[in-house]
Design a protein around this ligand. Sequence first.
Ligand SMILES: C[S@@+](CC[C@H](N)C(=O)[O-])C[C@H]1O[C@@H](n2cnc3c(N)ncnc32)[C@H](O)[C@@H]1O
Length: 355
Amino acid sequence: MKIKSKSDVDNLMGAHLPSAALNAALAIGLFWRLAGSPQSSGAIAQATGIPGNRCRYWLKLLASMDLLDQDGDLFSPSPVARAAILETNSEDTWKRLAAEAPAHFEKSLRLLRLLSEPDAEREQPAGQILHLPSYVLAMVDDLEQARSFCQLLFDLHTPLAQDIVDVLEINGARRLLDVGGGSGVVSLALLRRHPQLTAVVADIPNVCTAGREIAARTAEADRISFHAADLVHDPLPTGFDIVIECDLSIFDDPFLAKLAASLNEGGRLVIVDRWFEAEKYDAPARLAHPLRETLRDPNFSLRTLEEIEDGLERAGLVVESVGSIPYGNWTMIQARKGGASKAGASTWDTSRRAP
Ligand SMILES: C[S@@+](CC[C@H](N)C(=O)[O-])C[C@H]1O[C@@H](n2cnc3c(N)ncnc32)[C@H](O)[C@@H]1O
């Protein structure tokens, strides 16, 4: 999304509308309805209850974005929509992703206001829990939201979990702590591969309830348990051979020290993440995350890999390896409690396929 002309500027200024049109199409399963046979705008309007002209212009907008093919008044998914939407995630997963759109739009509006009127910051709602991202806050009092989130992450992160299982050596470890483990997707994949392993997933109470429901449907149910906690403020259980932090993105020194304290002597901390400060991240989609985080905490900043390595050292851990895993080029850091000197650290790259 690099701007090259005035019309690009115009299009970007109005990008909220195509975004709404696409999210609505995903929310009501439009591409799946049309996958079998093309339909007219009138038939789609009747089936969905959307007023006729609104429906027709909506479909034409989607066609102008190459998401639908239009033949007269007949609409069907374009080859791009088939390849990028129908053949990637399930209809249910796309629906759950589209359900996040209103929250993203609200955040964008807030960002627009705070960037153009910085003084508006003072009106920040009182009582906001600064350390919890908004998607976590939304689950604190809403079990259904936590259930939907866990199912979504379970589906999206199954390939990530498989990649972790493929590269992570367990070396006889018996007790695993999965901090911010959500649905338990990573723990369950590891338990499936390593029959001697047991896992504790730590997360907020509603996510633990939702994760337990998912785990109960698996053959590994009796080797996984869930520990309800606020990871930042509550103590964590101790006595683990491996602690894994996957896609949690909390890397400050007090938190790393807490994770180190949960490990047995000789145990390993495994961090799997993608949100590190790096010069190469100049794509808008990557920068949107830290920019959004500054809405929660105006002083938010990503840590570099080097800063995290230094933090691990201060926590009494020795970094043994840093490398990328295939899933979207995420990074895995492994650090040992009471390990040998840092000179032993290695880098490796197990990337086998493009993100
Ligand atoms: C993006 S999800 C990743 C879940 C899982 N590790 C995976 O890879 O699928 C991050 C998880 O961390 C949890 N989390 C974030 N901050 C937390 C906090 N302060 N206390 C407890 N859980 C937290 C969220 O509820 C969520 O389940």
